[in-house]
Design a binder for this molecule. Structure first.
Ligand code: NAD
Length: 366
């Protein structure tokens, strides 16, 4: 297994491993960048086939969090953690508490929240061992409704930019994946009068959306070329690739899935055929924005409405991004990376020294 020479090991501040034989915990915490503030990012529990795969995932995800927070205008850095194991079979109170002790050793430089394989209830247990945890019960909780709210506003922005339409009435949206985010998204879209075409591998999820919103159903493969203005990937990564892009009928791609582009060059491939792509880490930042309010106002009152109003501003952030990308004739994913990087560089320049990390006054106290 390679660490420092791994391709995904790109300017990470710190990567720490823990193996605890008594509880069975095997975990990695990766802090990518703390220029803007303490690293905030979820913990993913997954039965990785190898340690190398787990390392690669945590490095890639933590780097993504730096860009996501920077683009969302948050004062948080990028970090992420992974626990190696099957969340249905290997999770125990002892393991979660031991993981909490691990998080606590960072003394607030890393703040954990839930991600795939972790729940609000799990974060409540982690909270017993460290105050550096967000997304707990009574706080922000499940991030999915906020993520869906942001994606909905992102779709509105994209439709406005591409079709000069100020509402979604009569606009057809093809939603791939009807899980935590996709389900909420369908409700917002239907509420606005959009027509829905949906696909999922889960028949129950399909039945409920068809019944509730009168959605048309297509096969998981057919969703790419169905007759829709918007394609909203809300299931898997790498769905925009050499095979799928030529099949797309939609002129807008805007959805919640992480890492939608198989490779960065696919952002250009979309732009070349006139498809407006809402960069994934910009449009799906709603959950992060929402949970950041719990952290920023810890000890105080968590105001869900204020947090959701911030999430809705993703509409304007994306409109601005689309306009700048068009003016400079560059793909939207390239523009997003540039805006995020510029913000990081400006803050570093203000401190006079590269990579110094966030100011002392911003360190979180329990
Ligand atoms: P989820 O697991 O609840 O839902 C995913 C859905 O996709 C499930 O219903 C599943 O059956 C379906 N699916 C799986 N394979 C499919 C296929 N081949 N075709 C069609 N459907 C398929 O996950 P979620 O929390 O709704 O997240 C969806 C995506 O958004 C993921 O990529 C996730 O990483 C990303 N995301 C989620 C959040 C959040 O707040 N939950 C935040 C940011 C990004």
């Amino acid at each position: 297994m390679t660490v420092f020479s791994a391709q995904s090991f790109a300017h990470h501040d710190e990567v720490t491993f823990v193996h605890d034989a008594r509880t069975g915990l095997k975990a990695i915490i990766a802090i990518h960048d703390t220029t803007l503030g303490p690293a905030l990012g979820g913990c993913r529990m997954w039965p990785y086939e190898s340690d190398g795969q787990a390392l690669d995932d945590v490095l890639r995800l933590s780097r993504g969090m730096t860009y996501k927070a920077a683009m969302a205008g948050l004062n948080f850095g990028g970090g992420k953690s992974v626990v190696i194991g099957d969340s249905r079979a290997d999770k125990s109170e002892a393991l979660l508490r031991r993981f909490g002790r691990f998080v606590d050793t960072f003394q607030g430089r890393y703040i954990v929240a839930e991600d795939v394989g972790m729940s609000v209830g799990d974060m409540d247990i982690v909270r017993q061992e460290t105050p550096y945890v967000a997304g707990v019960g009574g706080g922000a909780g499940d991030p999915s409704p906020a993520t869906a709210w942001g994606v909905y506003h992102g779709i509105r922005a994209a439709v406005r930019h591409r079709f000069q339409r100020h509402d979604l009435s009569g606009v057809t949206v093809a939603v791939q994946g009807l899980g935590h985010v996709g389900g909420h998204l369908c409700a917002h879209l239907a509420n606005d009068g959009a027509n829905l075409i949906v696909a999922d591998i889960d028949d129950e999820a399909i039945a409920s959306v068809r019944e509730e919103f009168g959605a048309a159903v297509v096969s998981c493969d057919g969703i790419y070329e169905c007759d829709a203005e918007v394609f909203a990937p809300c299931a898997l990564g790498a769905v925009l690739n050499d095979q799928t892009i030529p099949r797309l009928q939609a002129r807008v791609v805007a959805g919640s899935a992480n890492n939608q582009l198989a490779e960065a060059r696919h952002g250009k491939a979309l732009a070349d055929i006139g498809v407006l792509y809402a960069p994934d880490y910009v449009i799906n930042a709603g959950g992060l924005i929402h949970v950041s309010y719990e952290v920023a106002y810890r000890g105080g009152h968590f105001d869900h409405d204020v947090a959701m109003a911030h999430v809705a501003r993703l509409h304007d952030r994306l409109l601005d991004l689309f306009t700048r990308a068009e003016a400079e004739a560059i793909p939207t994913n390239t523009m997003a990376d540039r805006i995020a990087w510029e913000r990081l560089e400006q803050v570093r320049a203000a401190r006079g020294r590269r990579g110094e990390g966030y100011g002392r006054s911003m360190a979180l106290t329990p």
